[in-house]
Write a protein that binds this ligand. Structure first.
Ligand SMILES: O=C(CO)[C@@H](O)[C@H](O)[C@H](O)[C@H](O)COP(=O)(O)O
Ligand SMILES: [Zn+2]
Length: 194
């Protein structure tokens, strides 16, 4: 049986990935500018991902629509991972590879920005979502790892977390996305919110 990785080993691995995130600073900053300009011009943020990254999509959308740390006006974000009727109908009647692409066809326009999350950078439904988004004129931020895979080639801005371990990459993704939420919130903080 494979020996259990100790919690200390996980912490060491996690801390090493966090320390190496400085290599992604330019891309992280470029992505936040894209999010701010998207919202400034009346666009919305769409998000897609599988598994743990699907959960991250709805987590991040909630921060934008409701709040991160401050009360301010609502910001437009939709997780494409949450409508079980759309997901099951499309997977059942067409195929799973286009579950997100289909929703982008329905909802996306050139003012919008897609945040596409895939730790491998190669999940077919995420790659197809990015292709559809680019064809429709959306900008795309890829949150990925493992050298970026196919996503890196197709996104407007790619953040490639320097790790090949899915869980560590996901942990880095949420740290980055939380920073984006805080930075965006600062810009839209001048609010008429009660
Ligand atoms: O959360 C985890 C592992 O931490 C899993 O659910 C993981 O997200 C799933 O295996 C995904 O299908 C992986 O897809 P991707 O990140 O390579 O696109
Ligand atoms: Zn997980």
């Amino acid at each position: 049986m494979k020996k259990l990785k100790t919690f200390e080993a996980v912490l060491t691995e996690h801390n090493a990935v966090m320390a190496q995130l400085t290599s992604c600073l330019d891309d992280i900053n470029a992505a936040v500018q894209l999010l701010i300009s998207t919202l400034n011009q009346g666009g919305k943020i769409l998000l897609c991902g599988n598994g743990g990254s699907a959960a991250d999509c709805q987590h991040i959308a909630a921060e934008f629509v409701v709040r991160y740390e401050k009360k301010r006006r609502a910001l437009a974000a939709i997780a494409l991972t949450t409508d079980s009727s759309i997901l099951t109908a499309h997977a059942n009647d067409y195929d799973f590879d286009t579950v997100f692409a289909r929703q982008i066809e329905a909802l996306g326009n050139e003012k919008d920005c897609l945040i596409a999350i895939s730790t491998s950078g190669n999940s077919k439904n995420i790659v197809k979502a990015v292709q559809t988004a680019r064809l429709q004129g959306l900008s795309v931020i890829a949150l990925t790892g493992c050298e970026g895979g196919e996503l890196k080639k197709q996104a407007t801005v790619s953040i490639v977390v320097p790790s090949a371990v899915t869980a560590r990459i996901q942990e880095a993704h949420i740290v980055i996305a939380h920073w984006w939420c805080g930075a965006v919130e600062e810009v839209f903080n001048v609010s008429n919110h009660a």
